[in-house]
Design a protein around this ligand. Structure first.
Ligand code: AMP
Length: 205
């Protein structure tokens, strides 16, 4: 199965992906994670990429498209989480025969509230929320005991820019994939468990 997950920043793409990869044995391909890994390495490219991420802008295609294409090469079961984010990126993978595009629909006000509690494990990238998806021990990753952090691009000013980019660049993909008859809309404004059940039901049909 080849899936794309679409959604505004904070719509729950990462959380849904984490569960899907376990249940459906899919490979998780997240350019956001791959880019953050590159930033961590502190290479020249990494430092260049960091500027875009921390400003809430899209990283230019030259860094992203080839990277994603290399990751999906030869794979038949994967979930693309955070790619494509523009129509030109979507066109670059039209030959992959994607089965479904899941759009997690969440009102902007809800998403902004979610951001305030968002935490992530810097070691294994597992996402948490202090209220909606808390770790067993406050501030500590359930999986590896690492201290959780707030992502730099979850700062309110950066979030505003990420939303601007989402509306201008990513929303047109809804039309794009509706025309390809691949779009499935899921209400993402619910408890993480319920959202996931809705996604699962959709994929089992
Ligand atoms: P994410 O973890 O998916 O929220 O992505 C975090 C950041 O990585 C985004 O705000 C962008 O700066 C960058 N990024 C992730 N995916 C892409 C993409 N498909 N195209 C360009 N930049 C991306």
């Amino acid at each position: 199965m080849k899936l794309i997950l679409l959604g505004a920043p904070g719509s729950g793409k990462g959380t849904v992906s984490e569960q899907l990869i376990k249940d459906f044995r899919l490979q998780h391909i997240s350019p956001g994670e791959l880019l953050r890994e590159e930033v961590k390495k502190n290479t020249t490219i990494g430092r260049e990429i960091q500027k875009y991420i921390e400003a809430g802008k899209l990283v230019p295609d030259q860094f992203v498209v080839e990277m994603v294409k290399l990751e999906v090469k030869g794979k038949d079961n994967f979930i693309l989480d955070g790619f494509p984010r523009t129509v030109s990126q979507a066109k670059s993978i039209d030959d992959l025969n994607i089965d479904s595009v899941i759009y997690l629909e969440v009102p902007e006000a809800v998403v902004i509230e979610r951001f305030s509690g968002r935490r992530v494990c810097p070691q294994c990238n597992t996402g948490y929320h202090v209220k909606y998806l808390p770790p067993k021990k406050a501030g500590i990753c359930d999986k590896d005991g690492t201290k959780l952090i707030i992502r730099k691009d979850d700062d309110p000013k950066v979030i505003k820019e990420r939303f601007k980019v989402f509306h201008a660049e990513t929303k047109p993909l809804i039309d794009y994939y509706t025309k390809q008859k691949k779009l499935r809309v899921v209400n993402g404004n619910d408890a993480p468990r319920s959202v996931y059940q809705a996604v699962k039901r959709l994929l089992n049909h």
